[in-house]
Design a protein around this ligand. Structure first.
Ligand code: ZN
Length: 199
């Protein structure tokens, strides 16, 4: 594992060389440099939200192995990426902003091209295949990782308003799941699935 000898352009990294040399890099990227995360950020988020950063680490490596049993042994390129930080989202229950923690760790196989990535077998659940490039945007990949980690239905674990009402309860003990009404309501996705099935 070696550090790149030259300053790295996160928007134009030679990903093939990065993996072949077994390089690694780590750093921080600001939310303001990730437009798709900014778009997801709650309107009522603290003014400092765009200045918050994600810590990331990326390590490339090579394995000499067959892509599948019986295939000739070849050099396969891999990339491990971790991203940690938080995104200010709007709680769907109380509509207040809250910070959703992000902590991802993903292994990618780096294909030679878009075509090779598309042709890769889809049976390996543990490794996503991405198309490599000599001008690869690590920034885009980090942004993708954060977007994939976002919840479909963002919510506080316990909404501040719900929490206060529980505190005034007679026994003073907070109940972990005090949302019977919401549980009964079908989710929008369940409703969609129902529509699909009718066709
Ligand atoms: Zn809430």
């Amino acid at each position: 594992m070696t550090q790149p000898t030259q300053p790295v352009d996160l928007r134009a990294l030679d990903l093939f060389a990065f993996c072949r040399k077994g390089e690694s890099l780590a750093g921080n990227v600001a939310v303001r440099d990730l437009p798709r995360i900014l778009a997801e950020t709650a309107a009522q988020a603290p003014a400092s939200a765009p200045d918050e950063t994600f810590a990331f680490a990326a390590t490339g490596f090579v394995r000499e192995e067959a892509a599948e049993p019986g295939a000739p042994v070849a050099q396969r390129l891999f990339l491990d990426v971790t991203v940690q930080g938080r995104v200010w989202l709007e709680c769907q229950r109380c509509l207040d902003p809250y910070a959703e923690s992000i902590d991802t760790a993903t292994r990618f196989e780096v294909a030679e091209s878009d075509e090779a990535a598309d042709a890769a077998p889809m049976d390996d659940d543990e490794v996503d295949v991405i198309a490599g490039s000599k001008r690869f945007s690590m920034l885009d990949l980090i942004e993708d990782e954060v977007l994939l980690a976002l919840p479909v239905a963002p919510k506080h674990d316990v909404c501040p308003t719900v929490h206060e009402s529980l505190v005034t309860g007679s026994d003073g003990e907070a109940q972990p799941e005090a949302e019977p009404e919401e549980e009964k309501r079908p989710s929008p996705f369940a409703a969609l699935a129902g529509l699909k099935n009718k066709h």
